[in-house]
Every structure is written in C-alpha cells, then in structure tokens.
Design a protein around this ligand. Structure first.
Ligand code: SAM
Length: 213
C-alpha cells in the first residue's frame, strides 16, 4: 500500500530514543530483553525489517537510515505492523556505530544495496571501506556476522578487497538468504525487488568475526 495522501505517523515506540540512553547503548535496555541483535545499515523504507522481524520474533532489529523521507516511511510502516522487536534511528550509520554501539554487542550486520557512488572520484564515500569495516568488526560479538549484497560489480570488487585485509579477524562464510527473501530473491529488500525486475545481477557475500578476536 502506498502512502500518498496519508499522513505518516511518528510511532514513538519505534524510534530509538538516544537522549534517554546517553553514552554507549545498552541493547537489553533498548529492547527490554536480552536477545540477538541485528542491525541493518541503510534500512530505506524498512521492507526487509518488516518481513524479517516478523519471521524472527526471537531477535531484535535496529535499522539505521539517514534520509528523512525513507526513515519516516519506515517508522510509519513498522508502527502500523505493531512490531515490538524493531527500532529505527535516523543517523549516519558510521558515526552512530562508532560512538554509541558497544564493542562485541551485535550478532549480525546487514548491508544491502548500499549507495554505489559510481563515479570514481566519489568512491571514498562508499560505506564499506576499511575504517567502517573496523567499526563493524569492533561492534560484532565473536562469531557475529556481516551480510552484504549489491548490484554494483565495482562496489562488489571493493568489498572483496577491503574484506580481504582482515584475515586474522574475519573469515568468509556462505551467504545465508534471510527468511524475508522470497523465491528468486537474495535479501528481500525494496531495492533488490526493483533490480530483480530489471534483471540486474545481484552479488552477495558474508563474513564471520573469528571467535578468538
Ligand atoms: C540504495 S538504498 C538501499 C536501501 C535498502 N537497503 C534496500 O536495499 O532497499 C541505500 C540507503 O542507505 C541510506 N544510507 C546511505 N548511507 C548511509 C549512512 N551513512 N547512514 C545511514 N543511512 C545511509 C540511504 O539513505 C538509502 O536509503
């Protein structure tokens, strides 16, 4: 259902209230329980989160999205579904993860179809670069996972290069299609649904943080 002509609602319970927490987050306090923590970086309109959170009520999900339009759409959607295991935050994911997420607190990062920044001079704006990968590795629990998907061959190559720099800290694993993915899909996000219709290739990969780091 579209949202044309309908007011988007705020749903305060869906929004991660940062002022209340102060300093580094305590996920058990945020979600009111101890459960696996999944973070989606660039959660867009929330399509993946809505489906995945319903299929995994035993886990908690946090979506990070800096674009107000998408963020507000996702808050409204998750609020209407009444999902208790999802929170959204409007923020720059890199800064938030670096400053507010405790070390070894996250079970899985999902990075699906990050902005490709196709122009050569813009490549340094891509999310997956060394500094941010180090932030993700710090945030992951030992054995925690990073799952990635893109339709962009050059970005995928960059992902391969950057992730190969940390063999002592992470190892490649098979990409597990999330439950939210429908037949013929790898992730079930909004962008993937557009790209599948256009017959674009979808590249996926995944990594596990080593147990002993
Ligand atoms: C190409 S869209 C993909 C959205 C969604 N993952 C999907 O597959 O449908 C990339 C999204 O990431 C968001 N984004 C990009 N960089 C971000 C950052 N540093 N922090 C938070 N969100 C970011 C953009 O606003 C956009 O909504």
């Amino acid at each position: 259902m579209g949202t044309m002509g309908r007011e988007l609602k705020e749903y305060g319970d869906v929004v991660l209230q940062l002022e209340e927490t102060g300093g580094v987050l305590d996920f058990a306090r945020v979600f009111g329980r101890v459960a696996p923590v999944h973070i989606e970086i660039g959660s867009g309109k929330g399509t993946f989160l809505v489906a995945q959170a319903q299929l995994h009520p035993e886990a908690d999900f946090l979506g990070l999205e800096w674009a107000s339009k998408f963020y507000r759409h996702a808050v409204d959607r998750i609020g209407r579904w009444g999902l208790r295991n999802v929170r959204l935050l409007r923020a720059d994911a890199a800064t938030f993860l670096r400053e507010r997420v405790p070390a070894a607190s996250v079970d899985c990062f999902h990075l699906y179809f990050p902005d490709p920044w196709p122009k050569k001079r813009h490549r340094k704006r891509r999310f997956l670069q060394s500094a941010n990968l180090e932030v993700l590795l710090r945030g992951l629990k030992p054995g925690g996972e990073i799952r990635l998907a893109t339709d962009h061959a050059d970005y995928f190559q960059q992902i391969r290069e950057v992730t190969s720099l940390y063999p002592g800290q992470m190892e490649p694993i098979a990409f597990e299609r999330p439950a939210a993915a429908r037949e013929g899909e790898m992730t079930g996000t909004n962008y993937e649904r557009k790209y599948v219709k256009q017959n674009r290739p979808i590249y996926t990969t995944a990594f596990r943080k080593r147990q002993d780091v």
